[in-house]
Design a protein around this ligand. Structure first.
Ligand code: PBE
Length: 270
């Protein structure tokens, strides 16, 4: 969609959940009589800057992403404490954190359940003893992000091969044995569908990743916008988001981001 005459521009990153959530937001704005357009395909390294500059008006971010990548913190904090600390960073940029959607979408190391059981692997600590013989796949951002460096160094991970993949394809690749481990997303429904297991992170090297709604400085006092968005806050739990993402991974008409966004709204507005 072109941004031309629309009053509000919603930003979206480069994976399925973001297409669904931006469609959900767009529908909510339109239902409130506010015109909206979406600018998709903004990677994590540019989307926050676009919001701060006012090139986009709002988007869904994840707390740990900003914490590690934008504000360069390496301190480990629990979910609520990290959000509080993040608010201070955002306030300096005059960016509004309107609230949480209710679920986390964290990076997690994921592998087939059967293979993990056969090798006695339950945590990343267990995995570390095997990585010299293993390959790992991650999305196009993962291996250049500080979260990966922190994880690799905390556990001494030394994979023999490292591949970048479109996130939707990672699950089938690890299920079929094309790669041994993936850096998956915990809100993806495909983890359960392919009988994969999320490995524990006892050293808490991976931060919490609450999904949060951010508004540009220009929208800090925009009541109409904020009232339209408030019904989304705290309403999307992890099971519901996983179901939505699973629906969106299909290829029929019901799987389009807009169709899934409407399904999601029907679930959370009851
Ligand atoms: N995440 C996990 C990434 C992608 C998946 C939500 C933390 C991010 O967009 O920041």
């Amino acid at each position: 969609l072109a941004g031309g005459s629309a009053r509000y521009v919603i930003g979206a990153k480069t994976f399925t959940e973001q297409y669904v959530l931006s469609a959900l937001i767009s529908d909510r704005l339109q239902a409130a009589g506010l015109s909206a357009a979406t600018r998709a395909g903004l990677g994590s390294s540019v989307i926050y800057g676009a919001l701060r500059n006012g090139d986009i008006d709002l988007y869904v971010e994840y707390s740990g992403t900003l914490w590690a990548n934008q504000f360069h913190h390496n301190e480990q904090l629990p979910r609520a404490a990290l959000l509080e600390a993040l608010k201070q960073d955002l306030a300096k940029d005059k960016v509004t954190l309107l609230g949480e959607l209710g679920f986390e979408n964290a990076y997690a190391l994921v592998m087939p359940r059967k293979k993990a059981e056969a090798l006695g692997i339950r945590s990343i600590e267990d995995l570390a003893r095997h990585t010299a013989q293993m390959s790992i796949a991650g999305d196009y951002e993962f291996f250049s992000r500080p979260e990966w460096a922190a994880l690799r160094d905390a556990y001494g991970l030394t994979f023999r091969a490292q591949r970048q993949m479109q996130p939707d394809f990672m699950y089938a690749a690890v299920a079929s044995g094309e790669v041994d481990v993936i850096a998956g997303y915990t809100s993806d429904g495909l983890i359960a569908k392919y009988d994969l297991v999320v490995l524990g992170d006892p050293k808490q090297a991976i931060p919490p990743y609450d999904a949060i709604l951010l508004l540009s400085p220009r929208r800090a006092d925009d009541r109409a916008l904020q009232d339209a968005l408030r019904p989304l806050l705290g309403r999307i739990d992890i099971a519901t988001m996983q179901q939505a993402n699973l629906r969106a991974s299909g290829s029929d008409a019901e799987s389009s981001p807009r169709a899934v966004a409407r399904w999601l709204w029907s679930k959370i507005s009851k």
